[in-house]
Design a protein around this ligand. Structure first.
Ligand code: ATP
Ligand code: FE
Length: 338
């Protein structure tokens, strides 16, 4: 079975070819138009998707070494995401399915981030988690703890009540004058800083839920007050600020995961979403793996940021269950994991 996966939910246009569960190509066109605005500009994003989608799909097919008429189904991200962005991938997928006379499969982007853990590619076979496992989904738009019972059966047991972890990284980066997206920059600066140089308020929130908006505010006020005393405070302390902030975010994330492991008795933990690339979070998980007997799964970088491969693998599992949709399908910006 050969599946074309299309991702266009935010600011990356991506297409991937998957054959019998193995990724043959995963082409990602990132948009740098948003950098100077300090965040993704929806209107510019959808225009860039419109420009990129056909070349990206062409490249994915070419790199896989197949012909378009060998594709058995097309899977696309239906949501969540920016409506104008989702529209481009959805419309393309519909047109492609119609022209090739093949079935159409809609994919939940969040499920796809998690199912990226079941990808194998032509060069590598990876170890996959076994059901049930816990997923920590941490991205630009979401922070959730999920019990994954089967490929398509997932239960959210904790989630943020305000900002996502990636948003906390990006917004605090903006406070420090770093370009968007700030998460990866904070991560690399943190490597040269002291994680205990500064302390920020941690949220007090019951159960397995998260909250990150207080941290962002606390960080903003802290920096603002210090700048009053020393206008060069940020420049002189950038690495320490990044390290301390990252330490705090990772600690917040880990505390609830530890609690979730305790409450569910499930010791397999897989991380997903863009923030799973964070080295501080990865280190903390590896430490828990060593000390607490967890089994930790960390996705390959190319499959952790937004990508078509995760859409293709999700499409594959839905294909096996005959979960197809008709041409009347439409994008849904606020989709959640049920
Ligand atoms: P969603 O998947 O919820 O719709 P999204 O698609 O915008 O949101 P992703 O592309 O999965 O999110 O992840 C992007 C986020 O990941 C950004 O907030 C970015 O700063 C963050 N991120 C990426 N790499 C790192 C890193 N090394 N450390 C911290 N954050 C990171
Ligand atoms: Fe994403």
């Amino acid at each position: 079975i050969t599946i074309l996966g299309i991702e266009s939910s935010c600011d990356d246009t991506s297409a991937s070819i998957l054959r019998d569960g193995v990724i043959f190509s995963n082409i990602i066109a990132s948009q740098d138009v948003h950098m100077e605005y300090g965040g993704v500009v929806p209107e510019l994003a959808s225009r860039a998707h419109q420009k990129n989608i056909i070349p990206v799909v062409h490249q994915a097919i070419e790199k896989a070494g197949i012909q378009a008429n060998e594709i058995d189904a097309v899977a696309f991200t239906r949501g969540p995401g920016l409506l104008g962005s989702l529209m481009v991938g959805t419309s393309f997928a519909k047109g492609f399915a119609l022209s090739q006379n093949i079935p159409l499969i809609e994919v939940n982007h969040l499920q796809a981030h998690i199912l990226a853990h079941f990808i194998d590619d032509v060069n590598n076979k990876y170890e996959h988690p076994e059901f049930p496992f816990l997923a920590l989904l941490v991205s630009g738009g979401n922070s959730q703890i999920i019990v994954v019972k089967d490929y398509l059966t997932m239960e959210v047991i904790g989630e943020t009540i305000d900002d996502a972890a990636g948003e906390a990284f990006d917004k605090c980066a903006k406070v420090m004058g770093l370009p968007y997206p700030g998460g990866p920059i904070i991560d690399s600066n943190a490597k040269n800083g002291n994680p205990h140089a500064f302390e920020f308020n941690r949220p007090r929130i019951a159960g397995l839920n998260y909250s990150f908006s207080g941290l962002k505010t606390s960080f903003l006020y802290f920096v603002r007050d210090r700048i009053k005393e020393n206008p060069n405070f940020i420049q002189e302390n950038r690495n320490d600020l990044c390290a301390s902030l990252q330490y705090t975010i990772v600690e917040i994330l880990m505390n609830k995961v530890k609690r979730a492991v305790k409450e569910t008795g499930i010791k397999q933990v897989a991380i997903a979403g863009g923030v799973s690339a964070n080295s501080g979070l990865q280190d903390a998980l590896r430490e828990a793996e060593a000390n607490k007997n967890w089994k930790v799964f960390i996705p390959q970088l190319g499959y952790s940021l937004d990508n078509g491969a995760m859409v293709a693998i999700t499409g594959y599992f839905k294909f096996l269950k005959n979960e197809f949709v008709g041409q009347e399908t439409a994008p849904f910006a606020r989709m959640t994991i049920k």
